[in-house]
Design a protein around this ligand. Structure first.
Ligand code: ADP
Ligand code: MG
Length: 318
């Protein structure tokens, strides 16, 4: 069964000048940009775990690539190539075509080429490895935050988790929220624009609080977050009461926004860099000496994380 499926994939993929040999041989031959570091990341999506059973295949295809592109974005990497390992219950050409519709649409946007993979029979499971590159010294790492840095977030958080919560409760899901869950937009242009400006960076997949915690732990610093500064989409404001909204914004997950730090005196450069790529950015707090993440309300009072049920949402989607 695999051969006809692989042939189907081979015929549909776009190439790039630096793909010396793509799908069809025992392995691909790729020409890395001279002098740059390769940036490599892998993700696996399992049916029923990483997407609800019944998610349309085009959305699964999109999201498969989106989560890996988001990792490349968070490193400040330029995407180049990817490989795809597909485990499929049956040789379903229609499923594969729809899956490729989603995956290749996003691949085209970011100019990443599918250059190889593996196709086997088994429970529905999809693994993708993405490769990009970055000049030495310019990668955006988790361990680079410094006291005094401003903390920024791109876009808004909480929407994807809100969609998932509505779906799980059997409610009708707001289309704008569903779009954020099923078709996340990896912030690749922001990651590139922030090279040389941002210090630490992470993509928010497990929830803002948890992922910012990874940055503070890796950097050996603390952080304070201003809850009243968290950017909120209109859809989330419309659909969810305030207490649940904060829980989703802080702990929801599946956001695929970039949370990054930059020196306070780079504020204008950050604004300009993000404006040039048309991506919203909001300063939401500050890195400080110490450890852990402190939450402050509008009156600058400390708020305990978890006090309003935030734990309940932490890691809920992944
Ligand atoms: P091998 O037996 O050497 O592993 P395969 O039959 O698995 O070869 O693969 C043949 C070619 O098709 C290889 O170039 C491989 O990278 C590619 N390929 C297989 N499955 C996929 C896939 N799901 N997506 C992209 N390329 C694939
Ligand atoms: Mg193989």
């Amino acid at each position: 069964m695999e051969f006809s499926l692989i042939e189907r994939i081979r015929r549909r993929v776009d190439s790039r000048a630096d793909v010396v040999l793509g799908i069809g041989d025992d392995a691909a031959l790729l020409q890395p940009p001279p002098g740059e570091l390769l940036v490599v990341t892998a993700d696996t999506l399992n049916a029923g775990v990483h997407f609800p059973e019944g998610t349309v295949p085009a959305d699964i295809g999109w999201k498969t690539l989106a989560v890996s592109l988001s990792d490349l974005a968070a490193m400040g990497a330029a995407p180049a190539w990817c490989t795809l390992s597909l485990s499929l219950p049956t040789a379903d050409i229609d499923w594969l075509d729809a899956f490729l519709d989603g995956l290749l649409a996003l691949a085209r946007i970011h100019g990443i080429a599918l250059v190889g993979g593996d196709t086997t029979r088994g429970p529905l499971s999809i693994a993708l490895t993405a490769i990009g590159s970055v000049p030495p010294g310019q990668a955006l790492r988790r361990d680079a935050a410094k006291p005094g840095d401003e903390i920024w977030i791109t876009g808004t958080t909480g929407d994807a988790a809100a969609a998932l919560a509505q779906w799980r409760l059997g409610e009708s899901v707001d289309e704008r929220l569903r779009e954020r869950l099923d078709r996340p937009q990896p912030r690749v242009p922001a990651g590139l624009a922030l090279r040389g400006i941002a210090r630490a960076c992470i993509d928010v997949s497990d929830g803002l609080l948890a992922d910012l915690g990874h940055v503070t732990d890796a950097s050996g610093v603390g952080a304070c977050l201003h809850l009243d500064r968290l950017p909120c989409s209109e859809a989330l404001r419309d659909g969810v009461d305030e207490a649940s909204r904060l829980a989703l914004q802080l702990g929801g997950g599946d956001d695929y926004e970039l949370c990054f730090t930059a020196p306070a005196d780079a504020h204008a450069r950050v604004r300009d860099a993000l404006a040039r790529c048309g991506i919203r950015g909001t300063p939401i707090g500050r890195i400080e000496a110490g450890q852990g993440v402190t939450l402050l309300d509008a009156q600058q009072r400390r708020v305990e994380a978890g006090a309003r049920g935030w734990d309940h949402f932490a890691g809920g989607a992944t």
